[in-house]
Design a protein around this ligand. Structure first.
Ligand code: SAH
Length: 389
């Protein structure tokens, strides 16, 4: 039985949007198991495509493009096409960590695969993939091997009994931590306990940009520093002293190991375990100023409903940063909330918010080529970094 979509839902799928919300289905069938392949049609019964069913998710069908069937061979082929999309896009000698499959954005809705040197880590955004995973994984061995990947693991939503959030699918069990390279910069990745699949690969090109912008800067500040990627980039780029601020107590130990991996002495820099807002207030009181500031907070707006509050939080953060910028400083403000689009985010950096009228918007950056989206899937274009000076 095909799944019939209401008019607006059908229109979205026709444009290439892969998500069908439950409300968009005319008569949602009962009792279909997660992972069932369904045909979706419009109200006139015209075919729109095929998708995987997830009864537990508000995104009840994820629609795949193309005419190939959604059997194991068809799913595997779509994933290997995503791998091939990266071929030749990275200098493997200097960059060995990148996203191999960006789910919806690679026309493989619900499945993300990140590469960390010889280890690939998969992450499922829907239970619809679960029943197909083992068979699909078997078919990926050769394509992964050809690209230097020997182990495929999966990220667990809830940690196992030993506290680790990773499980091996094939190959040698991955180490808890490994060191990868991006543009020649070494970065420790915590595969077992880290966020996302271990690291925030989406900021790679922006870290490289910060590295270039750090030249000749005496004091740099990295807010929401996590494993210190932007901090190391700034230090390698020539910043004299870098302060990393993160509220998570474990974050800095990893950052400090990565400093050493790059031949940098972490004791020449500062690491504050603190709330970024509180840190900025204290820094202002002390009269501290910075020549380069990076701000990369967690998503303040996980939903459309959270947007007004999130906008207020971004404004508060940006105003506080403006209060510690030295004369001629550069401010790299980032946001990973898809509900706040680029132009709206730029508006959260206006003169009234910053309380000063001397900063110009110099550069607008988004996410890198290994995090593709489709035109209609605007939710995938979440990352922004605005450079002001
Ligand atoms: N810039 C990082 C990713 C940042 S992730 C990179 O390039 O890899 C967001 C980080 O913000 C997390 O490490 C989290 O611990 C931290 N965080 C969340 N709320 C915070 C707060 N109020 N103050 C400081 N850090 C915070």
């Amino acid at each position: 039985m095909p799944i019939q979509l209401a008019r607006l839902a059908a229109h979205a799928v026709r444009r290439g949007h892969p998500w069908v919300y439950r409300e968009g289905i005319v008569r949602p069938p009962q009792g279909l198991a997660a992972g069932t392949v369904v045909d979706v049609v419009d109200e006139e019964g015209r075919p729109l495509g095929r998708g995987l069913w997830d009864p537990a998710s508000p995104i009840t069908v994820r629609v795949f493009s193309g005419d190939e069937p959604l059997d194991i061979a068809g799913l595997t082929k779509r994933i290997t096409l995503a791998f091939a999309r990266r071929d030749g896009w990275f200098d493997e000698a200097t960059t060995n960590a990148y996203r191999l499959c960006n789910g919806e954005g690679d026309r493989v809705p619900g499945l993300v695969i990140d590469r960390y040197d010889t280890v690939a880590v998969a992450k499922l955004d829907t239970e619809a993939w679960r029943p197909h995973l083992a068979a699909v994984a078997r078919g990926l061995g050769r394509a992964l091997g050809a690209r230097g990947v020997k182990t495929l693991a999966i990220r667990l939503d809830t940690p196992a009994a030993d506290g680790r959030k990773i499980e091996t699918i094939f190959g040698a069990p991955p180490p808890d931590r490994l060191v990868v390279r991006e543009h020649g910069m070494a970065m420790e990745v915590d595969l077992a306990h880290g966020q996302k699949t271990g690291a925030f690969l989406d900021q790679r090109e922006n870290r490289a940009r910060v590295r270039a912008l750090a030249k000749g800067r005496a004091r740099a500040l990295n807010l929401f520093s996590y494993a210190g990627g932007f901090s190391i980039a700034a230090a390698l780029g020539g910043a004299g002293h870098v302060t990393s601020v993160d509220i998570a107590s474990g974050a800095h130990a990893s950052a400090q190991r990565s400093f050493r991996e790059n031949g940098l002495d972490p004791s020449s820099h500062a690491f504050a375990t603190a709330d970024a807002f509180a840190f900025l207030e204290q820094a202002k009181k002390r009269g501290e100023k910075f020549d380069l500031v990076v701000s990369d907070p967690p998503s303040f707006a996980p939903s459309e409903k959270a947007r007004p509050r999130a906008e207020a939080a971004y404004r508060k953060l940006h105003a506080a940063v403006a209060g510690v910028l030295a004369e001629g400083a550069t401010f790299c403000a980032s946001s990973c909330s898809s509900h706040i689009k680029m132009e709206d985010f730029v508006a959260l950096l206006d003169d009234a918010t910053l309380g000063r009228g001397d900063l110009c918007v110099r550069e607008l950056h988004g996410q890198p080529a290994d995090h593709p989206t489709s035109s209609a899937w605007w939710e995938g274009r979440y990352l922004k970094m605005v450079v002001l000076s």
